[in-house]
Design a protein. Structure first.
Length: 175
């Protein structure tokens, strides 16, 4: 007789099953696996943050999810456990800031020049905005702002002219 099929909870993100010698093996999608791993990491972080003993932790898992190990929790069980841990004082700690600063929003009076510069960057094999930032720093030295969007009108015209020279040098399409 074949072993009983394992029942999974809703939201596990099942992709399909493979048959191997009569046993069923379930696979999760990458997104569902990432969410599961994130939830399990939060649960273990909460255990450490709340200084729970192993016995208290396993009792809490049993009362909230009817399991002895967090790896056996389904989606609903993980949500219940996390909700309970937040009720008793667990606080998630957000990581500070992003990896890189966002581009500034250009003022309306400079928008036409900014769009021209971006079009020139695209025609130069899709160079990033940081390429124009570097040219501005090279051209204007210490007076150069961090982002070319912060340049004044005269600096933007000169930057556009420099990109035009680069376009002609590389044989890129110009307007």
């Amino acid at each position: 007789m074949a072993p009983a099929a394992r029942v999974r909870g809703a939201g596990e993100g099942l992709v399909g099953r493979t048959h191997r010698r009569g046993a069923e093996a379930w696979r999760m999608s990458k997104l569902a696996r990432d969410h599961r791993n994130s939830d399990l990491a939060k649960i273990h972080l909460a255990k450490k943050q709340l200084a729970m003993s192993d016995e208290d932790y396993r009792d809490m898992l049993w009362t909230q999810g009817r399991v002895r190990s967090s790896k056996d929790l389904d989606h609903v069980g993980r949500a219940n456990v996390l909700e309970y841990l937040k009720k008793i004082g667990f606080k998630t700690i957000a990581k500070p800031g992003g990896k890189r600063p966002r581009r500034p929003v250009p003022p309306a009076d400079k928008l036409k020049l900014i769009r021209r510069i971006r079009a020139q960057l695209i025609s130069l094999d899709r160079k990033p905005d940081t390429y124009a930032d570097g040219i501005a720093k090279q051209m204007f030295g210490e007076q150069a702002p961090d982002f070319y969007e912060w340049c004044n009108h005269d600096q933007l015209h000169r930057l556009s002219a420099a990109l035009g020279v680069q376009q002609r040098r590389e044989g890129a399409a110009t307007q």
